[in-house]
Write a protein that binds this ligand. Sequence first.
Ligand code: NAP
Length: 345
Amino acid sequence: METEAEAIKFMACAGVFLFLFCFKKNVFVIEFFSKMNELEKVVIVGSGCAGLTAAIYTSRAALSPLVIGGPQPGGQLTMTNEVENFPGFPNGINGFELMANMRLQAEHFGTRFVDDEVKDVDFGEDTKKIVCERNTYLSQAVIVATGASPKLLGVRGEKEFFGGKGVSICATCDGSFYRGKDVAVVGGGDTACEEALFLTNFCTKVYLIHRRDTLRASKPMRERTLGNGKIIPIWDSIVDEIIGPEKVSGIRVENVKNRSKTEIACSGVFIAVGHTPNTQQFAKYLHLDDDGYFHRKKDSFVETNIEGIFVAGDCADKTYRQAITSAGTGAMAAILAEKYICRKI
Ligand code: NAP
């Protein structure tokens, strides 16, 4: 009886072992074949406004582009509530909806999408190699449209309370959690004003903390912001610390003119102090300017120091940074990528 039990135990263990072995082997086989990629005509890195416009153009040109979605599919506009300045929408359009429509339009013409993130590239050969987390892609031409990421302040409390504990970079995403509460927005540009205005839909008071005494935002945005009774500007001030202990309970601000420090009670802090271009994975091959944006060839909006590699959108633009200009450079990159591929045939 004892031997029989042991035999059953042995067979069960052997069965489990065999199953795991086959499963693992199968996974290896799947992985191996998934890594054997075909040479693409165009790979587009990034799925924001620039990337998706490039996808619409290159797919209409029958280049069957492959879009690598990146860490934030749809890009920054998916976090924008109302886009009022994109032509064709007299009543404005929600940013998420705009990007969803662009993706549908790209898919309609045959764009393929993969959910992957670039880790490294090799642009040293004629065939360009893009090494991602899940796979490696080979292409004749590449359009880099990686956008820019929101900057943080680097003050005490920011990291500790980020995501769910009171510090946020997206009012559209998190604003409704602060219904009936007081919050602070840091920054003086269009984003900060847009965030502050959006938060007035939920919050009692919105402190706008800006390091100067005039807003950088566009005139209509400035007027709407300063004309809103719920928004209280705190001029000439920087954040010294975001205060807890468990969740945000306030911020300490420092006046940059007289160095006085004041505590403001609030439950949420929304950071809107600009962006950093997402270019570092490409820096080995593509020239960057002093601020880290892609450097473009003289007299070109989208050509880089490497033939067949084009850049579009916020990763290469620190002047305009608009949805419409991103779309414009996406179209330019697509047209030149098509010409480049035709020359090579
Ligand atoms: P931005 O225009 O660069 O403004 C960043 C703001 O943050 C500035 O007011 C800056 O102060 C402040 N700032 C920067 N670093 C700081 C720090 N460490 N501490 C405190 N304050 C700091 O960035 P943005 O507002 O994100 O806008 C980016 C672009 O997108 C702009 O071209 C804008 O027009 C566009 N945009 C358009 C819309 C729209 O049209 N609906 C919406 C959002 C954004 P200073 O002013 O002193 O430099």
